[in-house]
Design a protein around this ligand. Structure first.
Ligand SMILES: NC(=O)c1ccc[n+]([C@@H]2O[C@H](COP(=O)([O-])OP(=O)(O)OC[C@H]3O[C@@H](n4cnc5c(N)ncnc54)[C@H](OP(=O)(O)O)[C@@H]3O)[C@@H](O)[C@H]2O)c1
Length: 209
């Protein structure tokens, strides 16, 4: 699969590491332009490339991996979305601490800034230092939570993470599930391991799938 990435920092690189190991193509992008990513791309090998953010989103799946204060600028400068999947790995975290989304979730804000994209929240609860480790230690699989309102998109993202070797777990909607895996939640910062194969969703967590 061809995957565009908006961002080329810690999250983008951790994701690319696992994606390339699973033989997917990744296209990094950042603010400073594709040439600034030449050394990074070379280090990742032939399945990696760089482009502008506007070019990176011309892929069926796009990872959003920029700091929260940059979200608005990053998303508003992109061409119109036409149904691509946008995996939101961002956390609502800025200089003064956690952003208050009231009854909503950070990913709903992202979805509002990217009309036409099918937004799925994932990777938020994990430290990237753990994400890059073997997802299948001792026969168990490291869990990755996915939340979203578009079931087909959520299934595609779950399949993608499964191809990396993770155990995807459907946490429900962008609002409820998004809040459950966001920074500051009880799941955040913890690693979970499941025997494999495991059920993808646990209705006891969240009835609103
Ligand atoms: N680090 C973690 O363990 C972790 C885990 C889960 C979630 N998160 C969340 O994931 C997001 C990314 O974190 P990170 O640690 O990867 O950040 P990071 O290492 O600081 O990297 C940020 C990247 O975003 C790019 N960027 C900034 N503004 C941009 C714009 N307008 N258009 C395109 N690219 C832009 C930067 O490019 P330039 O260098 O050109 O500015 C840089 O490549 C954050 O929201 C964070 O809260 C982090």
């Amino acid at each position: 699969m061809n995957i565009g990435i908006i961002g080329a920092g810690q999250v983008a690189q951790a994701f690319a590491h696992r994606a390339i190991e699973a033989e997917h193509n990744v296209v990094f992008s950042n603010r400073r332009g594709p040439d600034s990513l030449a050394a990074l791309v070379e280090g990742f090998g032939p399945l990696a490339s760089s482009a502008t953010p506007s070019e990176a989103v011309e892929n069926p799946v796009v990872l959003l991996a920029v700091p929260w204060p940059k979200i608005d600028t990053a998303l508003r400068s992109l061409p119109t979305w036409y149904g691509q999947i946008l995996i939101d790995a961002t956390n609502g975290f800025e200089e003064n601490g956690l952003v208050d989304f009231g009854d909503g979730s950070s990913s709903e804000t992202v979805a509002a800034l990217a009309p036409g994209a099918r937004v799925v929240k994932a990777m938020n609860s994990l430290f990237m230092t753990n994400f890059v480790l073997d997802p299948v230690p001792d026969g168990f699989r490291r869990a990755v939570f996915v939340s979203g309102d578009d079931r087909a998109a959520k299934t595609e993202v779950a399949d993608l993470f499964e191809s990396f070797g993770f155990a995807p777990i459907d946490l429900g909607t962008l609002r409820k599930g998004g809040r459950m895996q966001a920074v500051g939640s009880t799941l955040a910062g913890h690693d979970f391991f499941l025997p494999w194969p495991a059920p993808r969703s646990f209705p006891a967590f969240n009835g609103e799938r």
